[in-house]
Design a protein around this ligand. Sequence first.
Ligand SMILES: NC(=O)c1ccc[n+]([C@@H]2O[C@H](COP(=O)([O-])OP(=O)(O)OC[C@H]3O[C@@H](n4cnc5c(N)ncnc54)[C@H](O)[C@@H]3O)[C@@H](O)[C@H]2O)c1
Length: 248
Amino acid sequence: MELENKVVIVTGAGLGLGQAIAKKVATEGAFVALWDMNQESVQNVATMLDPSGAKAAAYAVNVTNEAEVLYAVAQTVAKFGRIDVLVNNAGISRHKLLEEMTLELFEQVIKVNLTGPFLCCKAVAPVMKKQNFGKIVNIASLGGRTGRPGVGVNYAASKAGLIGITKCLAKELGPNNIYVNAICPGPILTDQTKQYTKEVFASWNAGRAVPKDGYPEDIGDAVIFLASSRSDWVTGVTLDVNGGIFIG
Ligand SMILES: NC(=O)c1ccc[n+]([C@@H]2O[C@H](COP(=O)([O-])OP(=O)(O)OC[C@H]3O[C@@H](n4cnc5c(N)ncnc54)[C@H](O)[C@@H]3O)[C@@H](O)[C@H]2O)c1
């Protein structure tokens, strides 16, 4: 198993990609701290992974709230003793064309997708520094790489910003053996993407190199690589996981 007895935090673990990532890391032997602002869904996932609560625990945390993030870090360390991996997965999209995009919607998405990961990185860094080890995996997006149509300037900016955070922290935290990488998933059907029409969703897949559709588990597999010792000389990279829709 690739993550035997590692302690892994997954944010936004109640649904979609986060839930699939949490399942994958649990299957690889990790202790999983599942964070989500939706307490009910994240508790259900934790119970499904380990009804005894020994290897999986749910935490109600809004990643935009610094006090909640700091408290959840403290609770995670109190339960599991350390934090080896942080997966910044929680995210939202609120798409509008530029002239319909309100300042409120712009700031809402930046807050969850960019400020949230910043707060989580900041809160776990002291723990990882003390251990002289850690791996941070940021779930960015194809939208942050290509600004694909219909995705919204708020979302594209937040995910491009997250790639910037990834590069900056890879350099800043590298001397402490803390690895920081990003994954850019292509379009995958989840609660977040079902707000888009079939046509928009299909347009995002146009020109894909391979016929295979993307599934949450494909992102889980990429996380296992970047969270495990398989990637011990990889930091600061952005891994495109999109079936070759975008080959940069
Ligand atoms: N689905 C895709 O096609 C796709 C593609 C590229 C990137 N992504 C990114 O992957 C991540 C997961 O996306 P998804 O499609 O699974 O979304 P989703 O909407 O299905 O699930 C998101 C989860 O995050 C939680 N969440 C939202 N805001 C939160 C907050 N402030 N604090 C804590 N938890 C919060 C939600 O409760 C939910 O459980 C997001 O960052 C998204 O931008 C998704």
